[in-house]
Design a binder for this molecule. Structure first.
Ligand SMILES: Cc1cc2nc3c(=O)[nH]c(=O)nc-3n(C[C@H](O)[C@H](O)[C@H](O)COP(=O)(O)OP(=O)(O)OC[C@H]3O[C@@H](n4cnc5c(N)ncnc54)[C@H](O)[C@@H]3O)c2cc1C
Length: 540
């Protein structure tokens, strides 16, 4: 799948009738492609940039019920989310893993501890899973020694889950493609095709990939779904839709795990505004998030954290982990994502509902908002609402597996570390044996401190639809987030493995490195931190 020449092959077949066109290759579009393909619909997904390059690679990476949504009385959202969390934990082993959480309570917090206790009772009841427990300050410190604040009063332990969001998107898309679906990245929908009556009948697509950039094609289908997330108003306004979305940015900080060695996630209330902020271990780093601020700067393609947001998160870190002595200089990477919520005009962004919406306007179905966790439900709601326009009025069975059953871990090399086997099964599903078969023996080692294997870079470059170096380093194998300098200091080593697979000449490699360096320095570091970063040396 997606080996040499795949984009041209797909492009040459676009000009044929489809049952359904999905615009947007984040988790929402991926889920719709998966469920539609499963139901036998001839479905095309097109993504303007890389798969998961929007919000779906920039989330907080939690597969969760959204405990904090209970505060806003969003019971339905919480119920659906915990059910989906349980389903994903069962079916996505190695990709979706349980994550122990501590809700730490401090002197001066605006919300008393018993409120959390009551919330967790509801949370566990909704999941049919009794997992929370209260601890005093010493008990909490025993569970998480970096929580050294003298103001710690105690707290609750409970269980949620975490994932690699970009890999989740890719696994869902690839399983849909294996099942007969079609997906193309770097293919932007620039316009909607419409009948005189105004009804949408298709899209016009413009190729965004290097070399073939600019070619266009018109593609028709009885149903077009707008799954463009925070960009959804851009397509909607083409059919005179009034903009309805508010874009909220959430920023994150990543520290080397050794600087904040958390054994489990910690959630605290921010000392200034009382918003929940969390810190947790993720793939050998420690992630801290998130903020919730209006994102009014264009374009939204590459959002970045602001200095103010970084300082805000550092205040929370100082409150919970004062003895860690963390400074801005300790931050390894930052990243930010933009969340679309329906604009109700509320002043406080955190009070806007996080529930997803499905709008039907002149044959264009927009589905946006919501969460990574609930992507399967969003897909079902979207498809069911368009059923009467879909050929054969297919049934959409909610009981089917969300992720395909992967091969058994025992089918992978026996001498591979069990954790690495589980990692490969989770991230690559049915492709896991092929990832190993393509690898040279020395590529079965983790890259630096990260759990990712060099073998995954080779495989991604060969068969995972990589168009730019940033696709490889930020989303297929997440070195941009996981290792110091975003992998810039390792580029020659990486080049030896991936350049022959990508079939790029030296000029293209240098160009890609320049672009990646610029992107990583401007959007994945603290503002003004560029001069601290590694100076590149190009070896043509
Ligand atoms: C800071 C933050 C933290 C979050 N944390 C969590 C969490 O921990 N757990 C959780 O469950 N949820 C979380 N969420 C929510 C979750 O990340 C989003 O709901 C989800 O990723 C949205 O997916 P999407 O596919 O709708 O949008 P996106 O992932 O943004 O995908 C939309 C895609 O459409 C493409 N596109 C745009 N215009 C066009 C066009 N004209 N033609 C073709 N393609 C186009 C874009 O390039 C983009 O890739 C978080 C959100 C944010 C912002």
């Amino acid at each position: 799948m997606w080996q040499k020449g795949w984009r041209d092959q797909i492009w040459s077949q676009l000009d044929q009738p489809w049952d359904l066109i999905v615009v947007g290759g984040g988790i929402t579009g991926a889920g719709i492609l998966r469920e539609a393909t499963r139901a036998g619909l001839k479905t095309l997904l097109v993504e303007a940039r890389d798969f998961a390059s929007g919000t779906s690679s920039r989330s907080s990476k939690l597969v969760h019920g959204g405990f904090r949504y209970l505060r806003n009385a969003q019971i339905r959202l919480t119920y659906e989310s915990v059910r989906e969390r349980e389903r994903l934990l069962k079916q996505g082993r190695g990709l979706v893993s349980p994550l122990g959480f501590l809700l730490a309570n401090f002197r001066g917090d605006r919300i008393p501890a018993w409120v959390f206790g009551a919330g967790l009772v509801i949370y566990d009841l909704l999941a049919y899973k009794w997992g929370h427990q209260h601890y005093d300050a010493n008990g909490i410190r025993n569970l998480c020694s970096p929580l050294t604040s003298p103001d710690l009063l105690g707290g609750y332990r409970y269980i949620d889950a975490q994932t690699d969001d970009a890999r989740l998107v890719l696994r869902v898309i690839r399983e849909a493609v294996r099942d007969g679906g079609t997906a193309l990245n770097y293919a932007r929908v620039e316009g909607l095709l419409r009948l005189r009556s105004g009804r949408v009948t298709g899209v016009s697509i413009c190729d965004q990939a290097p070399v073939t950039h600019g070619r266009t094609v018109e593609v028709e289908a009885p149903v077009v779904i707008n799954a463009t997330g925070a960009w959804a108003d851009e397509l909607r306004t083409q059919i005179n839709g009034i903009p309805r979305l508010r874009k909220l940015r959430g920023g994150h900080l990543i520290f080397p795990w050794e600087r904040l060695p958390l054994p489990r996630a910690v959630s605290i209330l921010h000392p200034v505004d009382g918003r929940p902020v969390f810190a947790f271990p993720w793939e050998a780093v420690t992630l801290v998030g998130t903020t919730d601020v209006d994102h009014n700067v264009a374009p939204i393609d590459e959002p970045a954290i602001s200095e103010g947001e970084a300082n805000y998160l550092m205040q929370a870190v100082d409150k919970a982990f004062p003895e860690a002595g963390l400074q801005l200089e300790d931050i390894q990477v930052t990243f930010a994502g933009v969340r679309p919520v329906v604009d109700t005009g509320i002043a406080d962004p955190s009070k806007e509902s996080r529930e997803y919406v499905v709008w039907h306007e002149d044959g264009l179905l927009t589905v946006t908002g919501g969460k990574l966790t609930t992507f399967r439900l969003m897909a079902h709601d979207a498809l069911r609402s368009m059923r009467r326009w879909l050929p054969g009025r297919p049934a959409f069975d909610r009981k089917l597996q969300v992720l395909d059953k992967p091969p058994a871990e025992s089918s992978l090399y026996a001498d591979l570390d069990p954790a690495a086997r589980l990692w490969l099964i989770g991230r690559h599903g049915a492709d896991a044996p092929a990832v190993l078969a393509a690898a040279n023996p020395e590529e079965l080692q983790p890259i630096g401190e990260s759990p990712a294997l060099m073998a995954e870079l080779r495989w991604a470059a060969r068969a995972e639809g990589v168009v730019h170096l940033e696709d490889l380093l930020l989303r297929r194998v997440r070195l941009g987030l996981l290792i110091p300098d975003g992998g810039l200091t390792m580029l020659e080593e990486i080049r030896a493995v991936v350049q022959p697979e990508l079939k790029w000449d030296d000029a293209r490699w240098i160009h890609e490195v320049e672009h990646y360096t610029q992107l990583w320095q401007s959007c994945y570091q603290l503002p003004g931190q560029h001069n601290r970063s590694h100076e590149l040396e190009h070896t043509p």
